[in-house]
Design a protein around this ligand. Structure first.
Ligand code: ADP
Ligand code: ZN
Ligand code: ZN
Length: 723
């Protein structure tokens, strides 16, 4: 490519790769962030090595000029390689992957300041109900007009009106304020012997500045965090950047506090809950190599760290690392690839590693570091199954007598209990006793879930909500609607009826929707203001409450139906994780697992604690089925608002499937969630041998076909969701 041309990966969803002319006097190198024209509009993009991204060559006379080069550091080469790899592996447009690296205006707007707004404390002369609501909800918070309006649930105009009255004022925020530097020697722990060994291996690996994946495999409460903090300290001492990935935003807040205890200040947080100014400040500091430690959700993986020396994926088995929309990538696997391109170690920490990860260890690709016991005096909890057929709860109740008795005793000792049920709301199904009518979502193949606290029925797939009905819409009778099955709210009601004096808390994404809410929950637990927690999977991870000694799993069978290939594994992981919340201090913990299938392999393994036997049996079953990690899957999901169009396209794709010995195509068939957000869905499932380049085949197969613009075809490589 001649010197005055540049190939640019543009943030445009369709026209991803285009050539431009570099105007006289402008210097661009690969990685430079630039602004380019497409039609009448301007887009951001990144200059790329032309030999690495192919596009149609355009004659010199048709080239348009690059308009500007952003005042930001270039996207480093390892990140460019990661973007290419991710696009290739997950069959996504490279521009869609690039969008994850540039997800902030900080990349192309060089202004170091941003104007935010906050309340002054002045009360406006005319205090309309909307204004009052706005001021009350905003409180001490600060943000853009749009952000404050969202928090206050009012229109932008209400906020602007308050600015005019002087009740809200503008403040200029410097988004280049440096972050404090974590100190590797601030609060080092005394490590136990197993911890010390693992830590020294990891420190060495950081020093070697070479790619090496580790599995840090330690039971819950074994002190994995303290161990990988030693690797963080080593990277800090060497002046390298560090990325820690967590599976959920809710876990960030406790992590920040814990990190500050060890390193003297908080790390930089990156997640979808950040304000624009925070996001900008973080992005710029990261891109300049000044933000040393970032903790974030999976999207932090694509940020342009110029000097990355260590990646940690905590709770690495969590399936929430798999992104289910847009680019369907698995952050755990992409993290390992990033480590490869960056030539740095990657630590996957987990008490219940995925079968896939164990397999990598067995193949000698990952090094395993084990922490077999809990740290200090803490013992692993005692686990018992309760057979719901032999010891059923009372009629209309969900907690069996043995679990109720244990709750009572725990309360009497002044200790805390946790009841786990992975179902939000009050009841998963409402039906009419008179005519049998069931409340279904109009947009999805799903029942409407009753949320009694909010007096609403809501669909957990698309968010559709309606006020709780008082009358059956079918037969018009009143007082005939019944709630079927329990959700956490219903369990909390049962607890309140059994123990009217106990303080209960419901913990779900409905109640813990922000880091601040999570911090508040942690504080209340630590101060003993809560006796019994009723929660979904949100409470199963990461938390450390020394006075929590009893865990009850309300319905251990819930995750087993559905026939998903990972159903047993996931049930095992989830129950091990929630059990891991019990007895983390000096007091021993007990776990009760309510089940209809106490003889199932997964229940037996949980009770006996024979993790290895369970993994061995699961792994053999996978080998027999040629399921991952021994074989591979890719799902092709065809959807449209027009059912016939979706079905026809799915059939056409099925007919065009290549006939190969290494690969088998199942379907198309209606997806288990046959309708989602108003779209009809059909699935094809591709099953192939491990070593087979299934992406290449799918690329060619789908690339040769055309379908109507009303139909969307998404490919999910290594799918985790089979709905
Ligand atoms: P895991 O992540 O393996 O479940 P944690 O890292 O949360 O375990 O450790 C469990 C508890 O033990 C935490 O409260 C932690 O602070 C404490 N702990 C672990 N190792 C040490 C140590 N070496 N010195 C002091 N406290 C420790
Ligand atoms: Zn009815
Ligand atoms: Zn819905």
């Amino acid at each position: 490519m001649p010197g005055n041309r540049a190939r640019v990966l543009v943030l445009h969803p369709v026209l991803g790769i285009l050539d431009y002319r570099v105007p006289h006097g402008m210097a661009v190198e690969p990685g430079a962030i630039v602004v380019v024209p497409i039609g009448p509009r301007q887009y951001a993009g990144v200059v790329w090595e032309p030999e690495r991204l192919a596009t149609e060559e355009v004659g010199d006379n048709r080239l348009r000029n690059i308009l500007a080069v952003a005042d930001a550091p270039p996207i480093p080469a390892p990140v460019r390689r990661l973007i290419e790899w991710t696009a290739d592996y997950y069959l996504s447009p490279p521009s869609a992957v690039l969008a994850m690296a540039l997800r902030t205006s900080a990349a192309f707007e060089s202004a170091p300041t941003i104007v935010e707004y906050r309340a002054t404390g002045q009360v406006p002369d005319r205090l309309t109900p909307q204004r009052a609501q706005a001021l009350e909800r905003i409180g001490e918070r600060q943000g853009l007009v749009r952000e404050l309006a969202t928090i206050a649930e009012v229109s932008d105009a209400v906020i602007r009106g308050l600015v005019k009255t002087g009740a809200i004022e503008a403040v200029v925020v410097d988004t280049d304020t440096p972050y404090p530097l974590p100190d590797p020697d601030f609060g080092p722990p005394d490590l136990g012997a197993d911890q010390a060994h693992a830590a020294s291996v990891l420190r060495h690996a950081v020093g070697a500045e070479a790619f090496q994946p580790f599995l840090l495999d330690g039971v819950t409460g074994s002190g994995k965090t303290e161990v990988y903090f030693e690797a963080v300290a080593a990277a800090l001492a060497a002046g390298r950047q560090i990325l820690v990935l967590l599976p959920e935003i809710a876990l960030t807040e406790p992590f920040l506090t814990r990190f500050a205890k060890r390193f003297g200040c908080e790390p930089v947080a990156w997640h979808s809950g950040l304000r624009t100014s925070q996001r900008r400040r973080a992005w710029r500091a990261i891109a300049r190599g000044e933000a040393m430690v970032t903790v974030g959700a999976r999207s932090a993986l694509f940020l342009p760290y110029p000097n990355l020396g260590l990646i940690v994926v905590d709770e690495a088995h969590e399936t929430s690392f798999k992104q289910e929309d847009g680019v369907h990538y698995h952050a755990r696997d992409v993290a390992v690839m990033r480590g490869k391109f960056e030539e740095c170690p990657v630590i996957l920490a987990s008490a219940t590693p995925a079968i896939e990860t164990h397999h990598q260890v067995a193949m000698g690709r990952y090094e395993e570091l084990k922490l077999p016991g809990r740290y200090g005096a803490a013992e692993l909890p005692h686990i018992e199954a309760i057979d719901l057929i032999r010891e059923p709860p009372e009629r209309g109740r969900w907690l069996s007598p043995r679990l109720v008795k244990a709750l009572e005793e725990t309360l009497a000792r002044g200790e805390q209990s946790l009841l786990f049920l992975n179902r939000r709301g009050y009841a998963p199904l409402t039906l009419c006793r008179n005519c049998g009518h069931r409340f279904q979502c109009p947009n999805c193949t799903a029942w409407m879930v009753e949320h009694r606290l909010l007096r609403r029925l809501s669909c957990h797939h698309c968010g559709h909500t309606v006020p709780a009905p008082s009358m059956c819409p079918e037969c018009k009778s009143e007082d005939t609607l019944v709630a079927c099955g329990p959700g956490v709210e219903r369990i909390a009601d049962e607890v309140a009826a059994l123990f009217p004096d106990a303080h209960t808390a419901i913990v779900t994404s409905d109640t813990l929707w922000s880091p601040a809410k999570a911090a508040e929950f942690v504080a209340r637990m630590e101060h003993g203001a809560i006796d019994i927690v009723v929660g979904t999977q949100l409470v199963t991870k990461g938390y450390h409450f020394p006075n929590l000694t009893l865990v009850g799993v309300v319905d251990a069978d819930l995750g087993l139906d559905g026939g998903d290939l990972r159903a047993s594994e996931r049930t095992f992981q989830q129950i091990m994780q929630v059990s891991g919340r019990a007895g983390r201090g000096e007091k021993p913990g007990t776990v009760y697992i309510q089940t209809h299938a106490p003889e199932a392999r997964v229940m037996q393994a949980l009770v006996s604690g024979d993790t290895e036997a369970f993994y061995a049996a699961e792994t053999e079953a996978r080998r027999d089925a040629e399921a991952p990690p021994f074989g591979r899957y890719a799902a092709i999901i065809v959807s449209s608002e027009d059912k016939a169009a979706a079905e026809e396209t799915a059939r056409m794709i099925g007919r065009a499937a290549p006939q190969l010995a290494e690969m088998h195509v199942y379907g198309p068939a209606p997806a288990p969630l046959a309708m989602l957000r108003g779209r009809h869905r059909f699935r094809l499932l591709v099953h192939a041998r491990r070593s087979f380049d299934v992406q290449d085949v799918i690329r060619e197969w789908l690339g040769a076909l055309n379908w109507s613009a009303r139909v969307r075809v998404a490919v999910d490589v290594d799918p985790y969701s089979f709905v």
